[in-house]
Design a protein around this ligand. Structure first.
Ligand code: HEM
Length: 314
């Protein structure tokens, strides 16, 4: 009869043998030692983890600073995408069926009403949160150097969010949506150059009520079958693809701009206090000198050296 002690030893031995086997080591390349080096190795070697930064500024994860608004906007976008795909299984973008499909989905499909409401509310929340996020970025001055380009990407994301909202509004094909889109697209008549009632349209002889910005949106001169199909394709394919692409660039830029901007970097130890030659890593034994701390406290400027070092080491 093996004793408890023996049993424990056998298990430990078996675990060690598995962990040191070639198969295990070919999948899990680094051990579980909780050291700085091992943490970095695990982050850079992992398939999913390598997309995450190895180090982040402490303020970057503080809710008080970011309000979590950007992350929540992204979460709402993901929820809207997933529930949207579910809705697509039941919805046909044809005037004869669209309204009935919505009713069927709402009242006859199990969890249909839940799915539809999840889609609606996540979309509403996304519009609200993107504005809150933009306000936060503005208030913290995070649009300044070196993040100007990411602000521009953000403006594109805001436009895409509003367009997704607008195109989705027509899809229930009820009185509210048809007339809302009629009013909304009527504004396109006044587009400079491209709207038949807009300024300077007389310079383009081919612009007429049949061929202008509004008719391009409507697929005709009134909200009808062509409009529903156009809005459906824009809402379910074109705009989401653009939004996913811009979100990816947005997140990539955050990393390349030295992580999330910070309040007062002079109060925090800088990531790198003195310039590190390309390809070299600062020895751990030489802590950053206070005199090398970045003097400017302007959000957006303080990360310059960190950004440089990140760029150099990548
Ligand atoms: C779909 C819309 C958007 C998503 C999902 C999104 C997501 C994010 C996330 C997750 C961050 C990290 C920091 C944080 O959570 O605050 C961030 C940062 C940033 N966003 Fe957005 N964003 C969106 C729209 C916008 C808009 C409309 C603007 C401005 C016009 C903008 C400008 C920025 C800038 C400049 C940063 C860097 C801020 C910093 O370093 O402190 N974003 N965004």
């Amino acid at each position: 009869m093996p004793t408890l002690e023996q049993d424990k030893e056998d298990k430990t031995e078996l675990r060690d043998r598995i962990a040191s086997s070639q198969i295990w080591r070919s999948i899990f390349r680094h051990g579980f030692d909780d050291t700085q080096r091992n943490r970095v190795l695990q982050m850079t070697a992992g398939f999913l983890l390598h997309t995450r930064p190895v180090k982040v500024w402490t303020h970057g994860i503080r809710l008080r600073y970011t309000w979590g608004a950007g992350g929540l906007t992204f979460l709402m976008f993901v929820v809207a995408c997933i529930t949207g795909v579910v809705l697509m299984f039941y919805y046909r973008p044809v005037p004869e069926y669209a309204y009935a499909d919505m009713k069927y989905l709402k009242f006859d499909i199990p969890f249909g009403m839940f799915m539809r409401n999840m889609h609606r509310w996540s979309a509403h929340a996304m519009v609200l949160l993107v504005l809150v996020h933009m306000l936060r970025v503005f208030l913290t001055g995070s649009y300044k150097k070196p993040r100007e380009f990411n602000w521009v990407i953000g403006v594109c994301l805001l436009t895409l969010t509003l367009l997704l909202s607008f195109t989705g509004y027509l899809l229930p094909w009820d009185q509210l949506s048809i007339w809302a889109v009629t009013v909304g697209t009527n504004m396109a008549r006044a587009t400079p150059f491209l709207g038949h009632e807009g300024p300077f349209s007389e310079f383009l002889p081919f612009i007429s009520p049949r061929y202008d910005a509004r008719s391009l949106l409507l697929g005709g001169t009134i909200v009808a079958q062509g409009t529903l199909l156009r809005f459906y394709v824009l809402h379910c394919i074109v705009l989401p693809i653009f939004a996913i692409w811009f979100v990816m660039v947005h997140f990539y830029r955050i990393r390349k701009d030295g992580g999330i901007s910070g309040p007062n970097k002079a109060l925090e130890p800088p990531l790198v206090a003195r310039p590190v030659p390309a390809g070299q890593i600062a020895p751990e034994s030489s802590p950053p000198k206070a005199s090398g701390a970045l003097p400017e406290n302007q959000p957006g400027q303080e990360n310059q050296s960190a950004r440089k070092s990140e760029g150099e080491s990548e």
